[in-house]
Structure formats: structure tokens, C-alpha cells
Write a new protein. Structure first.
Lengths: 203, 135
């Protein structure tokens, strides 16, 4: 694993992203990347990615998890069980090994630990060889901020809603835990000053 | 316009046909004027040289072909528009969009894929890719 220290600089609600810079450099020879956005559809993100020549799939996995939608939980048992299959059913039909990149945003930070492996593996199957899973992971000191969503202001700049007050439901993921979740390939982590790490898994 | 399911007649207001809120239609709609759907429609819509607007109360389960599509309500199905597809903030769309331009307002719900129709060859995306790599 390679760590590029202090790679992004917070500027209000906008972040210059070295992780995204790396991603677009990685995809420089792909004229029409096929992408999946796992966040809610945002005007700016759609415009930026379409201008880049992308074919874009959108499936908002983040909002239902953030809201704690009841259908995502099986409460018939003693302890509630997260229904991973219900979440993944939100993804529209996408051929396996067809995507150049997946924008996961902060999804993994919102999921219970026992759901992570299945979700990461499922998303990974959509990636073509050399495809990239782009995730944002909060630093452990960041205790609240479930609500804000991220989007693309430009190819290498992210926008974000105001700070949230809702506490994160699970402990922060470590880089080592993330590396354990990635089935194959390599990973890159970019630190930022915003309390979030950019984690890129390359298939 | 044709309606092979019911005998309901849409209202034509000169340049635009309106399917009112109480109208429920199934079948195939085609025409040479703009179309506003405020009711429910299921089937195929073909207004290739005109604008289809799905009003805030409109519910459409359909394959759509139009010059431009503006969605304030609910659409489930494939939407093809030669010029542009706009999903407004009250819009709820599940399906695939194919158009020369797509705009989705913040707050709208969209699940599906977006493919941009391009005239000409590969130069534009290649140039964009090169520019992105240089940035």
C-alpha cells in the first residue's frame, strides 16, 4: 500500500482530490468509461461525468442505508440482521466486468461490518480488469457526519453538504481492514485534511 | 394519437395534447405535437419531433421516444430523446436514458443508466480524456 500524505486540501465544502486526479490519470486512455455512482443522483456529478464521455449508471445505495430503511433489516431474529441482498437489488442490471470505476463515496462507513465483504465483492464483480473502486473512509476521530453527501464539482474536485450531526453507527474502518476486503489487485490510500481518506482499489 | 385500451380522448390545446389527472391509458401513443401527461399511462409513447412533459402527478410506465422529455412526475422505462432529457427535482425515474443531453436536478430520484448520443467520432471524448489526464 502506498500512502500519499496530505494530498487534498479542504476549502469550505469543496475538496481538491488527489485520489480523483489519480483515477482520471489511470483512465486517461479510456475514452468512454463506464461508471457506477452509488450515491443519490446529483446534477453536478452527472454533468461532470457525462462531459467526460462516460456512460453512467446510477443506483443510490447510500440514502436507504443512511435513513435506516426498515426493509434493509431483518428484525425477526434476536439481533437485527442487515439484508445485504435487498440493498444490492437496488443496482440496475450491469454486465459483470464492464465498469471502469465505481464511486462508492462513504457507503462502506455506513454499513455493518458483517455486510461489508459481500457488498465489496459484489461491486468488485462489476469492475473490468484495472477498474477502480473509489471509496471515502472517515478517520477514527470523526464521530459524527452521517448525513452529508458528496458529489463531483469537477473531475478532481469533490463537493460536500454541510457537516452532519448524526453519529456514525459503526467504528471507522482501518486501511488494514479495507485491504482485507479487497479480493484481488492493489489499493491506494490518499490522506486528506478533511477527516476523510480516499481509498482506491484497483482490480 | 391512438388509444387501444380505452375510449378516453385526450384534450388537444393547439400545440399540446394533455392527458388529464383522471385519465388512465394503456396502449400506444404517437403524435405530431407536444404532449403533457398528468395522469397515468402504460405502453409506448412516440412523439419524436416534439416535447413530452410528465407533470408532477403523472405516472408513466413506458418506452418513450421524443425530441425532448421533461419529467416532474414518475417514469418507469427506457427514455430516448434526440435533444435533451430533464428530470426535475420532483421527478422519480427508474430506467435507462439515451439522449444528447441529460440534466438531473438535485433532489430528483433516478436509478438506471445514462448514455449520451454523440454525433461524429471519438475525438471529443479522447480530447476530454487527454485534458483530464493533463489536469
Amino acid at each position: 500500500m502506498r500512502i500519499a500524505a496530505q494530498s487534498a486540501v479542504a476549502n469550505g465544502a469543496t475538496l481538491k482530490s488527489n485520489g480523483l486526479e489519480w483515477l482520471w490519470q489511470h483512465l486517461r486512455d479510456v475514452p468512454r468509461p463506464r461508471l457506477l455512482d452509488c450515491g443519490p443522483a446529483r446534477r453536478a456529478t452527472v454533468e461532470v461525468l457525462l462531459r467526460r464521455g462516460s456512460t453512467l449508471h446510477v443506483a443510490d445505495l447510500i440514502s436507504p442505508v443512511e435513513r435506516g430503511d426498515p426493509e434493509l433489516w431483518d428484525r425477526a431474529r434476536k439481533a437485527p440482521v442487515f439484508r445485504t441482498e435487498v440493498l444490492l437489488a437496488q443496482i440496475p442490471p450491469i454486465p459483470a466486468a464492464s465498469l471502469s470505476a465505481i464511486f462508492c463515496w462513504q457507503l462502506l462507513d455506513l454499513l455493518p461490518r458483517d455486510a461489508l465483504a459481500a457488498v465489496v465483492l459484489h461491486l468488485y464483480l462489476y469492475l473490468e480488469p484495472n477498474g477502480v473502486l473509489f471509496c471515502l473512509l472517515r478517520d477514527p476521530h470523526l464521530a459524527t457526519g452521517v448525513e452529508p453527501h458528496w458529489w463531483l464539482e469537477s473531475l478532481a474536485t469533490m463537493g460536500r453538504d454541510d457537516e452532519g450531526t448524526k453519529p456514525f453507527p459503526h467504528p471507522a474502518l482501518t486501511n488494514r481492514e479495507m485491504e482485507g476486503l479487497i479480493p484481488t489487485g492493489s489499493v491506494k490510500t490518499f490522506l486528506t485534511r478533511s477527516g476523510w481518506r480516499e481509498f482506491l482499489a484497483i482490480k | 394519437m391512438t388509444d387501444n385500451a380505452q375510449r378516453t380522448t385526450p384534450i388537444s390545446t393547439g400545440q399540446q395534447t394533455v392527458l388529464g389527472r383522471s385519465v388512465v391509458l394503456k396502449g400506444e401513443l404517437s403524435g405530431n405535437e407536444d404532449l403533457l401527461i398528468e395522469g397515468q399511462f402504460e405502453g409506448t409513447i412516440n412523439v419524436k419531433d416534439h416535447t413530452l412533459t410528465v407533470g408532477p402527478q403523472g405516472q408513466v410506465k413506458s418506452e418513450i421516444h421524443a425530441r425532448q422529455v421533461v419529467i416532474h412526475g414518475s417514469v418507469d422505462g427506457k427514455v430516448s430523446a434526440r435533444d435533451k432529457i430533464e428530470i426535475r427535482k420532483t421527478g422519480n425515474v427508474v430506467g435507462d436514458l439515451v439522449s444528447a443531453g441529460v440534466a438531473i436536478e438535485d433532489g430528483a430520484y433516478f436509478k438506471g443508466s445514462i448514455e449520451i448520443l454523440r454525433e461524429g467520432k471519438q475525438e471529443a471524448p479522447r480530447a476530454a480524456a487527454a485534458a483530464a489526464a493533463r489536469d
